[in-house]
Ligand binder design. Structure first.
Ligand code: GLN
Length: 385
């Protein structure tokens, strides 16, 4: 008997988020690596979940998501993005944004298809593409602003290009796509059969009053798009693994074929609870300011260290350059800081297939002020040794 598996992902190890979180635990480090808040979520939302469970709302809900939740999502996005999303045909509730992205890829990709993506890229994209037998075509964002060079995109389009995946606000850099970017994208894909996957999981985590350029605002782009969202990021409950995908009816019909034989349907009590809680609009309307304050609080503290900040306009994250501190690789330096300074971060090189080492680390500032203070105190002590 030879039970060895011919790996579908021969080049893939364990995701960097799990690796760095485990290292943080091992060395008792403060974890500013993996993106998750350490402050409590709104008690009203947890109460609503408890009520749903106690009321017996514990059985399968509709395969595509609780109808009331889909209605609330449609109301919200149609108001926020002036779209015309139909809750019955265009929305599917998913166990998180990452699942929504995987399902979108699996719905459209055939072996040999090419997918254009921008690096640094969230680390699930390339494995999602490759497990479907498709080919990832990475394009580097321009350092240090992490902007898309659209000329390069035009050069990489081929007859095999099946999709382009975009991400705004961008993980890990916190950069944003602008209206001009969306116009460029629309122009490039017009008269092609290219699909768009739009990762918008940080949609409300946006600073300085800047605009979220959702694909939903651009009907011609939306007509070819799967747009992926996360409740975890909006309601501070990443561990609930709840999100959703929005796509035009014909695309969503195929997405649901994949979804129904994978998770089939998502956690029922949380869907009842979120459907009620979505009426509390102030929560997400105030989210940008709430996280901007954290970004600024952290940035102020970090001035005591030799790290140099790169701009962040959205997401949970801020990149810091250490080029004046060390010549070590990002990975080595992130590991060393975890072990020796007691602060975990994420090496940005983990978001590249093509090795690029700009000497930058990603820090998650979605934390209590006390956590951020303690982390920076440790860094200051370490650099003053
Ligand atoms: N999205 C989170 C991050 O970028 C991590 C999610 C995960 O661990 N898979 O940190």
């Amino acid at each position: 008997m030879n039970l060895s598996i011919q790996s579908k992902l021969p080049n893939v190890g364990t995701t960097i988020f799990t690796v760095m979180s485990a290292l943080a635990v091992k060395h008792n480090a403060i974890n500013l690596g993996q993106g998750f808040p350490d402050f409590p979520m709104d008690e009203k939302l947890t109460q609503l979940v408890n009520e749903a469970m106690n009321k017996g709302q514990n059985q399968y809900v509709h395969m595509c998501g609780l109808p009331l939740l889909r209605e609330r999502i449609a109301e919200k996005v149609n108001e926020a993005y002036q779209s015309k999303i139909n809750p019955e045909t265009d929305i599917t509730v998913t166990p998180g944004g990452t699942y929504a992205i995987y399902t979108a890829f699996t719905t459209i990709l055939q072996p040999g298809d090419e997918v254009i993506l921008f690096e640094p890229a969230y680390d699930s994209y390339i494995p999602n593409i490759e497990i479907n037998g498709a080919i990832a075509v990475p394009i580097a964002l321009e350092y240090p602003d992490y902007k898309i060079n659209w000329e390069k995109v035009r050069e990489k389009i081929s007859p095999k290009t099946k999709a382009i995946i975009i991400n705004t606000p961008h993980n890990p850099s916190g950069s944003l796509l602008t209206h001009e970017d969306m116009i460029q994208l629309a122009d490039i894909v017009s008269n092609t059969n290219i699909f768009i996957i739009s990762d918008e999981v940080y949609e409300h985590l946006i600073f300085e009053g800047k605009e979220h350029c959702s694909v939903l605002k651009y009907p011609e782009l939306f007509s070819r798009s799967f747009v992926c969202y996360s409740f975890g990021k909006v309601y501070h409950c990443t561990g609930w693994k709840m999100g959703y995908c929005i796509a035009p009816e014909a695309l969503m019909k195929e997405f649901r074929k994949v979804h129904q034989f994978n998770v089939f349907t998502c956690n029922a009590p949380m869907q009842y609870a979120i459907a009620d809680f979505m009426l509390e609009k102030e929560h997400y309307l105030n989210l940008g300011k709430f996280l901007q304050n954290k970004r600024d609080y952290f940035a102020d503290l970090m001035k005591q260290t030799p790290f140099e900040p790169l701009p962040s306009f959205g997401s949970y994250f801020q990149l810091y350059s250490y080029k004046n501190i060390s010549t070590e690789s990002e990975s080595d330096f992130a590991i060393k800081l975890t072990q020796e300074a007691g602060v975990a971060s994420i090496p940005v090189s983990a978001f590249y297939k093509t090795p690029i080492d700009n000497k930058v680390l990603r820090f998650c500032f979605a934390k209590n002020e006390s956590t951020l203070t303690a982390a920076v105190d440790r860094l200051v002590a370490y650099f003053n040794k």
